[in-house]
Design a protein around this ligand. Structure first.
Ligand code: MSP
Length: 664
């Protein structure tokens, strides 16, 4: 089995993780899980970077001046509890204060020294403690570090040891030419090529007069500079300095997943350090973009920092676990570019992608299998059109995931979910079920839909492991969990399945929408009149008389909580028939994304012939109590408007909205 060794950046522990640092860990975890699915023997490393001046300072502030390691112990618990809550499946968690790391740092520093690449000198210049980086005068803006404009860099003059980075410039340029995929995405590579073109200076690799760090083996009064120290963690974790055989097995690392701000350290300093010590550089580095909050940089002091624990148990779906935020971070952001998070958008995507789309599909398929076949479904034929969609989704998914286009991998899986929803609407199993002559067709439709759900769940498992395992269980998949292989995402036309009913995977959320989710399409002359008790002909008549002027008086206004009691949903008209003995009513069969379509009697006959209505995408009130009318039970009300005395006109929704989408 091929090995795959991947790592994330290790985090400074002077503050708790936020959703930006979590973004990196979650997406790296998706890659790790995908590689396991693809058959690799994966070693996934995460960890903490502890030898930073900021960490030392914070430990002192917290009362750990004499024992900063005890502070770091506490932070390790904080960090790992967040990563566990997000279901990050790391195999090892490294800390740079561990003895194994000290051994590795000293070994590499000594090797570089022995190679003649380290020499003593004096550093005089600016240092930004927040970046933990030496700052050339030309990189400052108005005397401040551009990344930390509120802090004044420190002027330092001290004995330092320098690493001959300049010596490796030509080799680095050749390496970038020979290995075009060494640094992805391309935009990052171009940044580094420009930097190399401009020339490289030697870098300081030690700090004097400090105790917090790994002592230099050739000058124990100095400690190793935090970045020189931190990069070595990737080698430490697989045995460098402690277990040569293990190191030979796992090195070079296949992938370092890091943020775009630290590509220079990973693709210029790090390969040069390794070459100097006679070790191969990592095979690949991926520099992801930054996650912002409402368009702003995530920062505690600005109040724009999101706690990943809140995102793993959002108020609008407290029991959903981390899968919704894992899906958001993977699907909504083109991997490699910057992305944005807001709670409103998160909730919106939850409702669209999970509650209405994938979750609803699962409920429909399982409940129809239960209702029509007592939960036992069997293949009939080789699969129809969904088998073709699944094959295309599989290829697109694999290409995308192999190229770290994680967002496109998820989109490929959703292509199949969408097609399955349309397939069910088109094949109307509830109709087939009415005629025993259609039994074989119904068998085929149910199995095909269930198989599409199974394939989609296998593809989405690296992103949503817990939910997809549950879906695979409900759908009666022959293989689930860690035993799954990528080939299990190929269409299967064999084997009886037993489905298992369960509560909705992702119940729809109803919380107060903010400005960017505001209602649209309220023509002032439109009044929606609820059904009245007395006259059947008027119920549910839909449109009422126009009001002029529009806009109720203040005391008649309702709060958003009143409005939210009304559940408006997108519906597709599947059938429409005139009601005998009624001038106003038309009997509609509408698809609201539920297991079966609903019957609604709509008072719109003065505006429409029944045949004009089939296929339209309309809006209904979905949570009206059922009402018996003229011997038929009406389950909801359509929205329509009539200008003064004119025939009613239906309120239309965009055709691309899937049935069941909440309006509001
Ligand atoms: N300790 C160094 C990394 C050493 S790796 C040998 C460091 N630590 S950090 O805590 O500042 O950042 C850890 C990782 O989180 C980095 O890859 C960084 O780019 C990433 N992110 C920090 N804020 C982020 C966002 N807002 N969005 C996405 N990633 C972010 O740098």
């Amino acid at each position: 089995m091929s090995r795959y060794y991947l790592t994330t950046a290790i985090d400074y522990v002077n503050s708790r993780p936020h959703l930006g640092t979590a973004y990196e860990k979650v997406t790296a975890d998706v890659i790790a899980r995908y590689k396991r699915l693809a058959g690799f023997d994966v070693h996934f490393l995460m960890g903490n970077d502890e030898h930073s001046q900021n960490v030392f300072k914070k430990a002192s502030e917290e009362g750990f001046h004499n024992n900063p390691v005890a502070y770091c112990d506490r932070m390790e618990e904080e960090f790992t509890s967040v990563w566990k809550a997000l279901h990050c499946s790391y195999d090892d968690f490294i800390r740079t204060t561990q003895p194994r790391h000290k051994a590795a740092v000293q070994k590499l520093a000594q090797a570089a020294y022995d190679a003649g690449d380290i020499y003593e000198g004096v550093y005089e210049g600016w240092y930004c403690v927040s970046c933990e980086a030496f700052k050339p005068e030309k990189d400052l803006v108005d005397g401040k570090c551009p990344v930390h404009p509120t802090l004044t860099p420190e002027w330092i003059r001290e004995k330092n040891f320098f690493f001959r980075l300049s010596k490796y410039r030509d080799r680095l340029i050749k390496h970038f030419e020979a290995q075009p995929s060494f640094l992805e995405p391309e935009i990052r590579r171009n940044e580094i090529l420009r930097l190399l073109d401009a020339g490289l200076e030697d870098i300081s690799m030690s700090r004097a007069g400090q105790s917090w760090g790994v002592p230099l083996p050739f000058d124990p009064d100095s400690v190793v500079y935090v970045w020189f120290d931190a990069l070595i963690n990737y080698a430490t974790a697989v045995g460098y300095g402690t277990d040569d055989a293990r190191f030979a097995q796992w090195w070079p690392a296949d992938l370092h997943v890091i943020g775009k701000d630290i590509t220079r350290f990973h693709t210029v300093f790090w390969p040069a350090m390794l070459w100097s010590a006679g070790v191969e550089p990592p095979r690949q580095v991926f520099g992801h973009g930054w996650l912002h909050y409402g368009g702003q940089r995530m920062s505690k002091s600005l109040g724009t920092s999101v706690d990943p624990m809140d995102a793993a148990a959002p108020k609008f779906a407290p029991d959903a676990g981390p899968d919704p935020i894992r899906l958001y971070l993977t699907k909504e952001i083109t991997y490699g570019t910057d992305g944005d998070f807001t709670w409103e958008r998160f909730e919106e995507r939850y409702n669209v992608d999970l509650a209405n789309n994938f979750g609803n599909l699962v409920s429909r398929v399982v409940s129809m299998a239960d209702k029509y076949r007592s939960g036992r479904i069997a293949p009939a034929g080789d699969g129809g059109r969904l088998a073709g969609v699944a094959a295309a989704s599989f290829e697109r998914y694999r290409n995308a995931m192999d190229g770290f286009a994680l967002h496109d991998g998820v989109a490929a899986a959703y292509q199949l979910v969408d097609a399955a929803n349309v397939f069910i609407a088109d094949n109307a199993p509830w109709k087939l079920a009415k005629d025993p002559g259609n039994a074989a067709r119904l068998d085929a439709v149910l199995f095909e839909a269930a198989e599409a759900v199974r394939v989609a769940a296998v593809l989405l498992r690296p992103v949503m492991p817990t939910s997809c395992d549950e879906i695979l269980r409900r759908i009666g998949a022959p293989v689930a969990g860690a035993a799954l292989q990528l080939d299990d995402a190929r269409w299967q036309s064999a084997g009886e399945r037993t489905t298992i009913q369960g509560p909705p995977m992702w119940p729809r959320s109803i919380s107060v929408p903010s400005g960017d989710m505001a209602l649209t399409g309220h023509a002032p002359e439109v009044v929606i009149r609820p059904a009245k008790e007395k006259s059947v002909e008027e119920i549910p008549a839909g449109p009422g008389p126009a009001l002029a002027p529009a806009g109720p008086a203040d005391d008649a206004r309702i709060g958003i909580e009143d409005f939210l009691k009304v559940e408006l949903r997108v519906a597709k008209v599947r059938e429409a028939t005139a009601m005998p003995k009624s001038k106003k009513l038309i009997r509609l069969l509408v698809d609201v994304g539920e297991a079966e379509p609903r019957t609604i009697l709509a008072g719109i006959a003065e505006g429409y012939q029944p045949e004009q209505l089939v296929g339209r995408t309309i809006v209904i009130v979905a949570n009206l109590k059922p009402r018996p009318m003229m011997g038929t039970e009406s389950n909801g009300m359509v929205l329509a408007a009539s200008a003064d005395g004119q025939p009613p006109i239906l309120v239309a929704a965009d055709d691309t909205l899937p049935p069941g989408t909440r309006v509001g």
